[in-house]
Design a protein. Sequence first.
Length: 313
Amino acid sequence: MEIETVVSSILTMAAMILIGGLLSCRMPFTLERRQLLIAIIINVAMPCIILNGVFQTEIDANFLTLVLLIFLSSILINFFGVFLGWMAARAMHITPDKAKEIALLSGLGNTGFIGIPLCAALFGPKGALLAAIFDAGLDFTIWTLGVMMLQGQRGFNFRSLKALINIPMISIFIGMLVAVFNVTPPKSVANLAETLANLASPLAMMYIGMLIPSMAKKKRTTALHHLSMPLIMKLLIFPVTIALLLHLLSLPLEVAQIIIVQSTMPSLTLASILFARYSRDEEYGATMTVFSTLASITTIPLMTMIGFYLLVK
């Protein structure tokens, strides 16, 4: 795959973020508008990306093997990323509570809002479906390891798994049933899914852009190392480490490419929501989401190019 395709996709997303920022300057991005936009993205656009991927991909036993492989790989990679972030934070003598926040921001990326649409642009519907499976593994990590860290639990709490039952996860389940039983959807349904899937990237990017003016107005001061550490870990060290690991392993090329792209993603958009839910630093989570997303406009093409280079060597 040509790196120009990655650069072109990122520049398009950057333009969408800019449009969102300009809209927010003219029209205040209130809590109600924010919740509505999130609901449309998560409950309409993302599920349609998943279903469109199923409808346009030939599902066979080999592909189902890829699905299982990328799901398990996602869980292992995301756990590893959190561990790297935790070790780096503790090496800097950051307090345990703040180190947990930094670890999650350093290891867990925006594989849904940005990763799925980007993989759809780069690899087509099949790539979007595999990216959605990777994102499902990240969701599993968030609501198991992530919740345990934020709550300070030492044991496993099945109640936290209730959050895994959401519309995108249900869409993956339905999509797999459609694939396994070889159901052909009506053309109108397939066309609707394809049309609504195209909403995901523009809405997600404009949402991030709309956060920027409100963040700028708050003028919150955050310690430099609290900002720089997750940025360096998530956008530079983590993707290079994953690329080196993939260089040593012999995973299918399709799986390896999806993993490389998803590993370059900025910190997860859910960070502020997750931190607020468990009485953590919500503003810090939102700040890191915005900063890492803006920085990733330059790092995603660079890290993807390095990752693909290491993959073929």
